[in-house]
Structures are given as structure tokens and as C-alpha cells.
Design a protein around this ligand. Structure first.
Ligand SMILES: [Ca+2]
Length: 385
């Protein structure tokens, strides 16, 4: 998707195209357009080490008790799937926070294999109350099977929650939840980013930072062990900064980067990924409470802040994660690993940011940092947000 002005056009174009296609398909009797997946990790390829030592999927929330467990395992011939094992209380897996913009029907599809039953539930938030719209059990068998359901939100619904729980021992893969009119965001990016006319800064760290353009202090070094090629590692007392005026446009923008924290998520130290200190400032940070947040400051007060409480508190070190924040004059949104963590209406944005743009902080490796003057990622949210 494009940015502000471009984004508006892009969105309309997308909608009109989708409507035209829907009309054509209705007339022609062909298959309806394919739904766009609102889940960034429906195939369970984004993983991290869990507290139990088992590999767990990122972006999903796992709830287990007793000896029940959930783990990511290889799936032949390639890729991964999720294994759910019930020993006592059924293991549960859920994903919260799909904003609902309109009454377009959503499609849920997923694959199962194994023995036992998988229960799929979809709830909708309506007037701050959760209503169950889907509650189905499917029996897993020895071969992979695909299951498909349609969920129609009411006009007052604002968000969906998707939940799975398992009875037995079974495998789950390729979960899709979405509809054809959602934007395809490609988050987290599947390859190295490129620059275009709206790119203000793109750092892939394949070459040394120019000491005339960047202030560099402390333990800062390039490492070949990046997310894509080389990356920038910051140790004790590291400080890397440049000019905010050159690389930020306060009217609209996207800040995105891959970050590998070298420290546990639960430590009591703030780690800004990208920040502009001061009264015309901003901060994309994992703070000392384990929250992930993006905030814009004006006149020392917080103008707008989007965040997820304690989202990083259980993060193990040394995992590459993708973080992105977008803003324009309407909306601010924050993503981690392609999961939309929070949206808020824009307010109190300063006329310009500056003067200093700090890149990273001690205790992290950063890669593929891109700052743009447009909104590159936008998930449609209810008008009330
Ligand atoms: Ca790189």
C-alpha cells in the first residue's frame, strides 16, 4: 500500500477493483476473490524460544496449564506447523485485535491432522461485550484436511478474537482469517527493503556509516550476522544519531526496522529502537516495563501514544523481530512482526521533529531500518477509533 495521498488513491483503487471483481464473479459465476489474510503468522513460520524450551509461534498468545503444551514443529516437505497436545486442561491458542471496519464477511480456513478434536471459536466485540459468532469442533484425521467457515460481523462489531483449543494430539497449519478487501501488507517484510521516492532513510548497514553524517560513540560495530546481510550492533555506551530534520516528515511517516535485542524482555531498562529526544520528539521503544510503544511528543507532553502492555516482557534475547510505526493526520498504528498492536487517532503532532534522530540503543542489533514520508502499512479500523 502507498502513503497518505497515494494511500487514499490506493485504497479506493483496491476497493473499487475488489467490488468490480466481486460483481464480475457474481455475474460470471466464477470463484469469489481470494481473502487476504489478516494473520501475519498463520503458517507458524515466525517462532521464538518459549519458557519451556519448546519453540512457540510469535504473534499468537498461548495458554496452557498442567502437562498440556503447544510447540512449533517441522512439517514435511518444508516449513512448520503447530503441534497441540492435551494432557489435562486443553491447550489454547488465541489471536486478539482484528479491527472490524464494516460488515464484509470474513473467512476462516485452517488445516488439521492427527487424532482428537480441534475447537475453533471466533468472538466479536460489540459495545464492549464479547459475543461468540463461531464455535465449531472439527475432528482431525491421519491426513491433512482443510476446514472453512464464514463469519459475518454485525454493524456494531469493532474487533474479532480468534481462538483454538485442542482435545487430543493434533497438528494445525495455514490458518487464514480475513476477507478480500483487506490490504495485503507484507509484514513482516519477507525480503530486504528497497528505497522509492517516499523513502527518507534506508540503512541496510552493508557499509560503514558516514562519520560526517552520523554521530557514533561507544561500542558500535557492524556485524555480518544481520537479518539480511550485515547489521549494526550496539554494546555498552553506544550512541548513534543523525539529523531528524533530514529524515523525518512530521505530517506522515513510517518507521520500520528489524531489531534483535541482546537482553531479556523483562529487564528494567528502556531500549529505544528509534527516537527523537526532546519536546519535538518521538519514541519507538521497548520500555523498562516490557511495553512496546510508539509516541509522539509536543511541548514535553505526550501528543499521542500507541502501545501494548507488557508485550515484550517474556521475550527471550537474540530473536530478530520486526517493528513498524505509521502516522498521518488521522491515525497512528503500531506493529510487531506484522501484528497490529494498537491504533489511535492522531493529535498534537509537532510541525517538525528534531533536532536529533537517535538510531538504536545499547543492547541491540538493528537492520534494514527504513523511514518514509508516507504511511506504508494501514489496517482499516472502526471509524470510532
Ligand atoms: Ca543488512
Amino acid at each position: 500500500m502507498g502513503g497518505t495521498g497515494v494511500s487514499g488513491l490506493g485504497k479506493h483503487f483496491f476497493t473499487l477493483t475488489a467490488m468490480a471483481l466481486a460483481g464480475c464473479f457474481a455475474v460470471c459465476g466464477a470463484a469469489e476473490p481470494a481473502p487476504v489474510n489478516a494473520l501475519p503468522n498463520g503458517g507458524f513460520e515466525l517462532t521464538e524460544p518459549g519458557a519451556s524450551g519448546r519453540l512457540i509461534p510469535r504473534t499468537w498468545t498461548i495458554r496452557t496449564s498442567g502437562d498440556s503444551y503447544v510447540e512449533v514443529v517441522p512439517r514435511q516437505p518444508d516449513g512448520h506447523c503447530l503441534r497441540l497436545v492435551r494432557k489435562g486442561t486443553p491447550p489454547r491458542l488465541h489471536y486478539d485485535g482484528f479491527p472490524i471496519k464494516d460488515t464484509t464477511p470474513w473467512t476462516l480456513t485452517f488445516e488439521t491432522r492427527g487424532t482428537g478434536k480441534l475447537r475453533a471459536q471466533v468472538s466479536a466485540n460489540e459495545a464492549s461485550k464479547w459475543t461468540t459468532l463461531l464455535d465449531k469442533g472439527v475432528n482431525a484425521v491421519a491426513e491433512w484436511e482443510t476446514h472453512r467457515f464464514t463469519i459475518v460481523p454485525s454493524p456494531t462489531a469493532t474487533a474479532f478474537r480468534l481462538q483454538f483449543s485442542a482435545d487430543g494430539e493434533l497438528f494445525l497449519d495455514n490458518v487464514l482469517f480475513g476477507h478480500p478487501r483487506l490490504p495485503g501488507l507484507n509484514l513482516p517484510p519477507s525480503s530486504k527493503l528497497t528505497a522509492d521516492a517516499d523513502t527518507l532513510l534506508l540503512l541496510d548497514f552493508e557499509t560503514d556509516l558516514d562519520p560526517f553524517q552520523y554521530f557514533i560513540k561507544g561500542d558500535v560495530e557492524r556485524t555480518e550476522d544481520g537479518r539480511f546481510g550485515a547489521a549494526l550492533r550496539q554494546g555498552a555506551d553506544a550512541y548513534v544519531a543523525t539529523s531528524a530534520e533530514d529524515f523525518l516528515d512530521s505530517h506522515a511517516g513510517t518507521i520500520e526496522l528489524w531489531v534483535k535485542l541482546l537482553v531479556p524482555g523483562g529487564e528494567r531498562v528502556s531500549r529505544p529502537f528509534v527516537s527523537v529526544p526532546g519536546m519535538r520528539g518521538l519514541s519507538l521503544v521497548r520500555d523498562q516495563y516490557g511495553h512496546i510503544s510508539f509516541s509522539i511528543q509536543r511541548h514535553w507532553g505526550v501528543g499521542v501514544r500507541v502501545w501494548a502492555d507488557g508485550y515484550a516482557r517474556t521475550w527471550e534475547p537474540n530473536v530478530w523481530r520486526h517493528v513498524a510505526a505509521c502516522w498521518d493526520n488521522e491515525l497512528v498504528q503500531l506493529w510487531v512482526d506484522g501484528r497490529l498492536l494498537h491504533s489511535a487517532p492522531t493529535r498534537n503532532v509537532p510541525d517538525s521533529f528534531g533536532p536529533e534522530l537517535r538510531l538504536g540503543a545499547p543492547g541491540m542489533v538493528i537492520d534494514d531500518l527504513r523511514i518514509s514520508r508516507t504511511v506504508r502499512y494501514r489496517f482499516p479500523v472502526p471509524s470510532s477509533q
